[in-house]
Write a protein that binds this ligand. Sequence first.
Ligand code: SAM
Ligand code: SF4
Length: 344
Amino acid sequence: MTPLTETKIGSSPAPLVDPYGRTVDYLRVSVTDRCDFRCVYCMAEEMTFLPKKDLLTLEELETLCRRFMAAGVRKIRLTGGEPLVRRNIMQLIRNIGAEVKSGQLDELTITTNGSQLGRMAGDLFDAGVRRVNISLDTLNPEKFKEITRWGDLEKVLGGLEAAREAGLGVKINAVALKGSNDAELGDMLAWCGDQGFDMTIIEVMPMGDIGTENRLDQYLPLSRVRADLAKRFTLTDIPFRTGGPARYVKVEETGQKLGFITPLTHNFCESCNRVRVTCTGQLYMCLGQDDNADLREALRAGGEPALDDAIAEAIGRKPKGHDFIIDRRNTGPAVSRHMSVTGG
Ligand code: SAM
Ligand code: SF4
């Protein structure tokens, strides 16, 4: 891959402000739809992945990130699929991380299942990454196998340790799954407190066909989870916000933050500051809507000027909010793409 670190951010397009006055300064980029796990709420066991030729190259991903930075994006999160299984991903991370060091970007973060952190945590830190979100739904090895189908808890816990040793801040993401990890979330919160990790609990979102699994069987409203946790911990609401769908409390007994991501039971859209790009270069202005813009086509056909125009045009139609529903009549996906395509 050509080292593009010396490439300047270039001419500055207008800042990205949507029709509702929300400034978009946060970009999430899915760098691959592939994964070494098959979490039951995320994927079917037999997944058909996108043809490699449809994926943006690492150079294209970098150009895209740079054009968003030129338009005022200050924070980029790389996700997937599992971002750390994409071949040569460290090159992209190093090149974008250089912009954190140069001050063009406030933060480069990664959402990962942790499986590759044992070998990559140190390189991530050296590249400028300071925080990672690690998805971990249970601390029970058998349950971990059940949920991830292909994952190995020991390896992930080793990755967590490597992240800590490398100096990376760690936040644990756990999806609340009815009848699966729900009884364990309190113990996980206590464990996060012991480890000094913040934790975020996520409600299952109706995204993509997941084979034989039924969303209604998995869905657990976080209002119930919070009520359960409040029997054991003192949870104090705090005004901490990231512009995303999480609402935070302080866990008084541990001093750590706990976030609740509740797209189904609460509306979080009024403060939305983010957009998402898939690994094929489709820009989704809202996680819960299908409207998108083809940035790959714009970039390949017309280069950076066309890309800038396509981004600006798409932000001009960022919707006010989403309409996710899970109830007895709506157990299928509200949007057809998987979370692994858009990234979490
Ligand atoms: N593979 C990485 C990981 O697991 O962290 C990054 C991608 S994953 C799609 C990002 C986040 O989305 C994870 O925290 C995962 O638990 C969550 N997720 C996946 N499918 C989901 C769904 N249908 N509803 C809610 N969260 C989901
Ligand atoms: Fe892979 Fe992350 Fe989806 Fe699990 S949640 S299957 S680790 S992309």
